[in-house]
Design a protein around this ligand. Structure first.
Ligand SMILES: Cc1cc2nc3c(=O)[nH]c(=O)nc-3n(C[C@H](O)[C@H](O)[C@H](O)COP(=O)(O)OP(=O)(O)OC[C@H]3O[C@@H](n4cnc5c(N)ncnc54)[C@H](O)[C@@H]3O)c2cc1C
Length: 310
């Protein structure tokens, strides 16, 4: 590794000042799980590392404005094991649970993961499907960026070099809504996805009409991809088994995967369709499960116990 300066600011103000001082020569380091590898490979060569480890108060997970606010420095493990999120947004605890191994999840942070912007990562499709936003701050102020607009290219985001991801906000879900994230892992349990799909489905109060839906995919392009044409097929339509398969077929048109050791481009495209259909089916099953819990909390509890990966 080439020599670099190492700064340990104690609060956001000091972080902002250090980033301003070094400009694009500085790099934030949070968990360090990706950045250190990239530095070792000389893909990035910062002259200053600005550590976020001593900055307090940016790892909380709380209810806010009816939605959920997750600090940019919350670790993947903190998200995965948050009882609040497990209760209010199990799709997100399951998504973060899928990331790598427990050792990586103990170090990796929510903000660092998003800024890293590898299109094979797990959280982005779920956060896009959930309609989340990212708050980025700098010495000049702060702005809120919809997850839909956050990723611009392979390992690229709209963040400026002096901006820090300080929080992610997931808005309150409408009634009769649930989501699901599925990761296709034909190799090992701790691998990156061959294909991943997230779906958030809303039914009307009769549970017969799809009033809204959001679908996003990972590992099938240079950024995570929202499948808007597939959503359009479903939105406002009666709930029918074949509709999910049709949406899966349509989602295939939105993806542009590359062939690699996880599968050929053609195979990934096929799997994108399959996993969109399955994510929609699972989201529907989760809505029905929620309805059962609401109707009879005790009986439904028995069916929700799950195994854990470590
Ligand atoms: C062995 C291994 C396996 C992995 N497998 C998976 C997987 O299966 N699924 C998956 O989703 N991911 C996987 N990852 C990627 C992992 O999710 C990322 O490495 C991690 O999320 C990065 O977070 P970090 O806090 O360590 O970021 P760092 O490595 O500290 O930083 C990464 C980038 O983000 C910037 N940065 C850090 N914090 C902020 C911030 N708050 N605001 C703005 N910029 C910031 C840094 O400057 C750097 O450019 C894997 C990583 C490893 C090493």
């Amino acid at each position: 590794m080439i020599p670099f300066e190492y700064r340990t600011p104690k609060n956001l103000k000091e972080v902002h000042a250090t980033l301003k001082e070094f400009g694009s020569d500085a790099k934030l380091i949070a968990g360090g799980t990706s950045l250190v590898i990239m530095m070792k490979q000389r893909l990035v060569r910062p002259s200053c590392l600005v550590s976020l480890r001593s900055v307090r108060g940016l790892n909380s997970i709380e209810i806010s404005d009816g939605g959920l606010r997750i600090g940019g420095l919350a670790t993947h493990r903190e998200v995965e094991s948050s009882s609040l999120l497990r209760r209010r947004l199990p799709m997100l605890t399951e998504t973060y649970h899928h990331v790598a191994t427990i050792r990586v999840r103990n170090m990796a942070t929510v903000g660092g993961g998003l800024a890293h912007a590898d299109p094979n990562q797990d959280p982005p499709p779920s956060l896009i499907a959930l309609g989340a936003t990212v708050k980025a701050t700098s010495a000049d102020g702060s702005r809120v960026i919809p997850m839909d607009d956050f990723f611009t290219d392979y390992y690229e985001t709209v963040l400026n070099p002096d901006e820090i991801v300080t929080e992610v906000f997931v808005p309150k879900m409408a009634a009769n809504t649930a989501g699901a994230y599925l990761k296709f892992l034909p190799r090992t349990a701790d691998d990156y996805a061959t294909v991943s799909a997230a779906a958030v489905l809303t039914l009307d109060k009769t549970h017969k009409i799809i009033s809204d839906v959001r679908i996003a995919l990972g590992s099938v392009g240079v950024t995570p991809i929202r499948a808007t044409a597939a959503e359009a097929i479903l939105r406002g339509q009666p709930l029918k088994a074949e509709a999910f398969a049709e949406a899966g077929e349509k989602a295939k048109e939105a993806v542009d995967p590359v062939s690699d050791f996880r599968g050929s481009a053609a195979y990934k495209k096929e799997m994108a369709g399959v996993f969109v259909r399955r994510a929609l089916e699972k989201a529907l099953a989760n809505i029905r499960q929620q309805a059962r819990v609401k109707a009879s909390p005790k009986a439904a509890k028995k069916t929700t116990k799950k195994g854990k990966k470590h």
